[in-house]
Design a protein around this ligand. Structure first.
Ligand SMILES: [Zn+2]
Length: 356
């Protein structure tokens, strides 16, 4: 990306989030320079409910601490009067890297971008706010791992809802399970579904995306948390997860955690498989189908006969052309047998009719 491609921030920059029983959305917003509306979303991403928290638990904060050092260095350089656009571009690249890793850190990304506003106002820059956020997120990750194990666990021999589990834990330990407070809530008209292009996106964000992935874009009215503080978004989302009686399961395809309503079915997450347009859920159901199919007696009989007939080519008892013709017919009859149009005995008799 060349300098100058960084989207411009106007007056204010902050984070917002909203959710329903299925999806959660995160935004970084700034004021609209042309006053066409109250704000413009610089960043907007939608995930299945619970995925942001699951991804947050996997963040490796060691590299993020290195980013902090870079931010401090840039802040010092700019304060020393040695400023140019490339430094703000570096800050922007760090912020977007964080957002792509996990949208739950949207307030911290906004705090990085807020530095350019301080600069425009002629103020001395400070990395303190970003550092404070980072400290909060690191402690949060540690705490949330416990919360997921105890409140959002998959122990369904216990009939309590996730909210009841949280309340019970809160009575014992108010540090790990604090009261959930989330600052300012506004009722707003927002987007869900479809694909929304934002100023933060680059072409890479669209590769492999189906334009109608979750159905067409819709405008809905939702309670939205709007804040510069990380804890507001986190507590708001945790409260949503409790409202939806969520639990966190391990995906049987990729091994990562995902949110699902207690008592619902589903062993696979909705994440895209790397290098594929399929999600774990799509690949998983295909795999289950294949597994069940392999158990079918007609498929087993077909495979056994396939092997013996294939061996006949090696022994010169059958030409390859004859084998290809045989196997096409065998597959046709196998599928008829699977569809119930041919009995297993009839199919087996056909497979045996040329037995040597
Ligand atoms: Zn998965």
């Amino acid at each position: 990306m060349s300098p100058g491609n960084r989207p411009k921030v106007y007056q204010k920059i902050w984070a917002a989030a909203y959710a329903d029983n299925k999806v959660e959305c995160f935004e970084v917003r700034t004021m609209d320079a042309e006053n066409k509306g109250p704000y413009i979303p610089y960043w907007h991403k939608q995930y299945p409910l619970g995925q942001t928290l699951a991804d947050f638990l996997n963040i490796d904060f060691r590299s993020w601490n290195e980013h902090l050092d870079i931010i401090q260095f840039i802040v010092d350089t700019i304060n020393a009067g040695d400023d140019d656009e490339s430094q703000f571009l570096s800050l922007f690249n760090i912020a977007t890297h964080w957002l792509r890793t996990c949208s739950l850190v949207a307030p911290m990304a906004a705090a990085v971008e807020r530095l350019s506003l301080c600069y425009e106002r002629g103020e001395t820059l400070s990395a303190d706010e970003v550092k404070r956020h980072m400290t909060y997120y690191q402690a949060l990750q540690f705490r949330l791992k416990t919360v997921v194990r105890t409140v959002f666990d998959t122990d369904n021999t216990n009939s309590m809802t996730s909210r009841e589990r949280y309340m019970e834990a809160w009575r014992e330990d108010k540090t790990t399970y604090p009261e959930l407070r989330f600052g300012q809530i506004q009722v707003q008209e927002v987007w869900i579904n479809g694909i929304m292009t934002c100023l933060y996106d680059n072409a890479l964000d669209y590769i492999g995306q189906d334009l109608m992935e979750n159905g067409p874009q819709e405008f809905v009215t939702r309670e939205v948390v709007v804040s510069e503080e990380p804890s507001d978004l986190v507590d708001f989302m945790l409260n949503r997860y409790l409202d939806s009686n969520l639990e966190f399961r391990t995906c049987k395809y990729c091994g990562r955690l995902f949110g699902a309503k207690r008592g619902s079915k589903g062993e696979y997450c909705d994440r895209k498989i790397a290098g594929s347009t399929k999600t774990c859920k799509q690949a998983g159901s295909l795999r289950l189908y294949e597994q069940r199919r392999m158990e079918e007696p007609a498929v087993k009989a077909y495979k056994k006969a396939y092997k013996t007939h294939n061996a006949r080519i090696r022994y010169g008892l059958m030409t390859r052309a004859e084998f290809v013709k045989w196997s096409a017919k065998a597959r046709l009859l196998r599928d008829q047998c699977l569809d119930g149009k041919l009995s297993l005995e009839e199919f087996q008799a056909w497979l045996d009719h040329d037995k040597l």
